[in-house]
Design a protein around this ligand. Structure first.
Ligand SMILES: Nc1ncnc2c1ncn2[C@@H]1O[C@H](COP(=O)(O)OP(=O)(O)OP(=O)(O)O)[C@@H](O)[C@H]1O
Ligand SMILES: [Mg+2]
Length: 266
């Protein structure tokens, strides 16, 4: 079953004469439990697609279906809770003067959820953070720990979809593997569906079943993980991306696989 269906999706910014279409006619489906990658040069429209799916970019045409339900221009709270975004820079997305507990509490209050402390404890455990981290502030955490908090916040409303926008590119290489493996574990445990934006083909090959290669607001190719690992992609632009990381994708994919650590010591 498809968890996400986007058909002839186009997204623009600005109005009237100033309107610019930055995503042009992309169509894709993501199966339940699948991880679908988006790669392509800076400015090609990857984050814009995630924004449209998440309900942040309202100027879109075409059709979007989430979990079998057609999405309109205006969404209900329940529809908004179903997919959550995780950004590259957790410092930018977590309030610097709120404790982690408060950051996690806020979405629960907005959505009128019960059992708040229990839910906070569950997500902290799920992302491998000690429970007493709820009393800490973001500046008292490492980059990797902050990204765990950003993931915890995305999970607190029990979404079915995570939209991951370069979730590891601000992190040290050694920490990247930890976070990627955490995301992998969570996907299996919580039966999540992911869309992952990354410029790193090794990361994409590690996590994604299929990947759309974008150029200038359009998909030039949708490749399978197998094609990435065997370097049998079709389109010339995909080949350019692959050549930039030749020999690296398969090797780094292996390296990531050998690092199972997903939680921190308490
Ligand atoms: N709020 C906005 N208003 C106007 N134009 C925007 C806005 N946000 C993005 N754009 C433009 O839309 C295009 C696509 O941007 P987008 O952020 O989706 O790119 P991206 O593929 O995510 O790039 P990157 O890899 O650098 O994050 C770019 O040309 C960008 O300048
Ligand atoms: Mg982006």
């Amino acid at each position: 079953m498809s968890m996400i269906k986007a058909h002839h999706l186009a997204v623009s910014y600005g109005h009237g004469d100033n309107a610019i279409k930055v995503v042009r006619d992309v169509s894709f489906e993501v199966a339940k439990g699948e991880t679908f990658g988006l790669v392509g040069e800076s400015g090609c429209g990857k984050s814009t697609i995630l924004g449209a799916l998440a309900g942040r970019n309202r100027q879109w045409n075409g059709s979007i279906e989430i979990d079998g339900e057609a999405i309109g221009q205006k969404r209900t709270r329940a529809q908004l809770a179903k997919q959550q975004l995780v950004f590259q820079d957790p410092f930018g997305s977590i309030h610097p003067r709120h404790t982690i507990g408060r950051t996690l509490l806020e979405p629960l209050e907005i959505h009128g959820k019960d059992r708040r402390q229990e839910r906070i404890e569950k997500v902290l455990t799920d992302v491998g953070l000690p429970l007493n981290f709820r009393y800490r502030y973001p500046h008292q955490l490492s980059g990797g720990q902050r990204q765990r908090v950003a993931i915890a916040r995305a999970l607190i409303l029990e979404p079915t979809i995570l939209l991951l926008d370069e979730p590891t590119s601000a992190l040290d290489v050694s920490i990247q593997a930890e976070i990627l493996n955490l995301l992998k574990d969570l996907r299996e445990r919580e039966k999540l569906t992911y869309i992952l934006v990354s410029h790193d083909l090794a990361v994409v090959a590690h996590l994604c079943d299929r990947v759309a290669i974008m150029q200038n607001g359009e998909f030039v190719e949708i490749a399978s993980r197998q094609q990435l690992l065997e370097n049998t992609v079709q389109h010339s632009y995909t080949r350019v991306l692959m050549d930039g990381s030749r020999g690296y994708v398969a090797g780094a994919h292996d390296h990531l696989r050998r690092r199972p650590r997903t939680s921190l010591p308490a």
